[in-house]
Design a binder for this molecule. Sequence first.
Ligand SMILES: NC(=O)c1ccc[n+]([C@@H]2O[C@H](COP(=O)([O-])OP(=O)(O)OC[C@H]3O[C@@H](n4cnc5c(N)ncnc54)[C@H](OP(=O)(O)O)[C@@H]3O)[C@@H](O)[C@H]2O)c1
Length: 323
Amino acid sequence: MTARSNSDTLITVYGGSGFLGRHVVRALAKRDYRIRVAVRRPELANHLQPLGKVGQIHAVQANIRNGASVAAAARDASVLINLVGILFERGRQRFDAVHTIGAEQVALAANAHGARLVHVSAIGADEASPSRYARSKAAAERLVLSAQPTANIMRPSIIFGPEDDFFNRFAAMARLSPALPLIGGGKARFQPVFVGDVATAIAIAVAGNARACTIYELGGPDVRSFKQLMQYVLTTIERKRLLVPLPFFVAKLQAMALQFMPTPLLTPDQVELLRVDNVVSEAAKAEGRTLHGLGIEPEPIEAIVPSYVWRFRKTGQFRNRIA
Ligand SMILES: NC(=O)c1ccc[n+]([C@@H]2O[C@H](COP(=O)([O-])OP(=O)(O)OC[C@H]3O[C@@H](n4cnc5c(N)ncnc54)[C@H](OP(=O)(O)O)[C@@H]3O)[C@@H](O)[C@H]2O)c1
């Protein structure tokens, strides 16, 4: 009997059109898998085609809030990957519906089709958290493991990479604004992790080389406070800006107004998330449920972030012209 090659193996990636999705699809394409990207609007996933060979990647319609479409997208797949997530709620896109019930639907589909499952959660997932985002992620982990007990769960800290929403957002703010806010004094600690490393971790799980029924916590090599990250952004883009401490209650009042923007700069729920550290736990380190445990040496921000925030430097345009 001939061994099954990756090109015979179909992987369905829910949420494959997003920031992490693009890198996961690239990592899987490099390993020769067939990839089905399950998205709400397949026509918006065309940017993924150049990441693979002709015919290797195709998009199908699926809304994680619709169980039938989730199940249809799982058909014939050997592995399902769930990357669907939202940062704020709009209309029917509620944390519970998308993160929790949606994730359970994917896990039920995996179980029904005999597929393995890699589910992406987030560090900070906690059913006792004051943040509804964090509660919905924790409830998802519980339901996912109950519906598909062999699942691998990946909890990243904040993810960085060329299209990220963190360093790009604050570098852009620093270009326009004389000051950057430090919510709660900027004391919350983060462990930024490179999107390529998260994608590699997922690919390792897809290959069956991660522990089943296990929650991995994915962080980069360095732990930095929010204030240190803002200082790093300013140094990297060569701008001097005031860093203004903002007590949590003031930030929450501002967030109450900002949450109604089409893409809110800040929501009250996100303020709650900033009250706690977002770092890999000691338990995960001790048990090897980390990038190192998967054999990955994580990239530091210094190796990657300057390559894409340079355009926010004062001298960026000039350098671009002579480059
Ligand atoms: N980025 C980070 O720093 C970070 C940190 C920790 C954890 N995570 C987790 O990592 C995962 C990926 O995050 P990301 O940064 O790549 O987010 P993203 O860029 O916003 O991508 C989210 C994806 O979910 C899809 N989606 C949203 N609602 C959907 C629905 N109802 N049905 C089907 N698809 C839906 C989006 O597609 P459309 O909206 O176009 O349909 C998009 O493809 C999420 O679970 C997130 O919580 C991210």
